[in-house]
Design a protein around this ligand. Structure first.
Ligand code: EPU
Length: 310
């Protein structure tokens, strides 16, 4: 069922409950692994609308319906003269899904721009508002992700600071714009180009983006691994911890470009599993298990699956 207004949700859920049916929520469907049929009722969140609710000399607040496509929204903010989110261009999915896994790419995360999130709490049967702190954002994580099935996100309120600073920490952006002062639109274009060169378009080749999170290990474990594998790719994380590039670990295990029946590992980025057509959730999860086992056997690091498995 398509939900185009928040107000539809409480009575609809009551009806579903009265009929004793299971239910689940989908946004854009770009970060999920689905079985061939879902039980009961599937709610497709299609709440539209983009509205500037306030703007002063320091920041602009924008309220956006959960069903708005993420990339179109980022493009719209730039066209309106509200830069900031250009590093997050071309991420598939909806605005409402963006806080759940705290989407991030090329040196930025959506958590930096979220003022608050409005949702229906199916546990208390109330509409609730969670501010940025209450969302408990972390790397590919949030309060919503920690409480699966509890919240139906209806609106997201973004805060874009008036002072714009180019984010060029991602190596390829830094290289491309060395000794230059790029505009937000130039960064947006560069991010779109980098993304298209590394990641398959889900409209063309089925995929859910990065299939695993980049694992966070202690500095001591990272140093041990680096002794054995001097080329290992890692980035600083919270104090005493480092984030390993899962794509590098998988690549080293020889999986890049490998096919297993109708599914496989993308040949330009080992972190992405692809469905060449007709592959089932079982096929994808079977391949994921092979990768997890081999990476653990080789490096002693456990990879966590990133998309939602239904
Ligand atoms: N690498 C390899 N082989 C590979 C893939 C990667 O050696 O097959 C190495 C690269 O050379 C690089 C490092 O691993 O040194 C990191 O690769 P990359 O910059 O492509 O980024 P990533 O860590 O693999 C993360 C996000 C992406 C995001 C990019 C860019 C996660 C799980 N993934 O990927 O997010 O676009 O950084 O910021 O954090 C997503 O979440 O769906 C997603 C695509």
């Amino acid at each position: 069922m398509v939900i185009s207004k928040s107000e539809q949700i409480p009575s609809l859920l009551q009806d579903i409950k009265a009929h004793g049916l299971p239910w689940q929520v989908l946004g854009g469907g770009s970060n999920v692994v689905l079985p061939s049929a879902l039980p009961g009722v599937t709610l497709l969140i299609d709440i539209a609308g983009k509205e500037v609710i306030s703007s002063d000399e320091t920041e602009t607040l924008i309220r956006v319906g959960a069903g708005e496509p993420w990339h179109d929204f980022v493009q719209w903010t730039l066209a309106q003269g509200f830069p900031g989110m250009e590093n997050l261009a071309l991420i598939p999915g909806t605005v409402g899904a963006s806080p759940i896994q705290n989407i991030g790419a090329y040196g930025s995360e959506v958590a930096h721009f979220i003022e608050r999130v409005e949702a229906f709490d199916t546990q208390t049967q109330n509409f609730v508002t969670l501010n940025n702190t209450e969302c408990e954002f972390a790397y590919r994580d949030s309060y919503f992700k920690q409480h699966p099935g509890r919240f139906i996100i209806t609106q997201v309120i973004f805060k874009l600071p008036k002072v714009w600073i180019a984010k060029l920490s991602y190596a390829e952006l830094a290289k491309q714009f060395a000794n230059q002062t790029p505009t937000p639109q130039e960064i947006f274009n560069a991010v779109c180009a980098i993304r298209s060169s590394k990641l398959p378009d889900p409209q063309v080749l089925g995929n859910a983006g990065s299939f695993f999170q980049n694992p966070i290990v202690s500095e001591a474990q990272c140093n041990e691994l680096a002794k054995q594998y001097p080329a290992i790719v890692s980035f600083p994380d919270a104090a005493g911890q480092r984030k390993l590039a899962a794509g590098w670990l998988i690549d080293q295990c020889g999986f890049k470009g490998k096919r297993l029946g109708p599914v496989g590992v993308y040949d330009k980025q080992a972190l992405v599993l692809v469905n060449y057509g007709g592959g089932s959730a079982q096929n994808i999860l079977g391949l994921a298990k092979q990768i997890q086992d081999k990476v653990y056997e080789t490096f002693g690091v456990q990879l966590q699956i990133e998309p939602n498995i239904f």
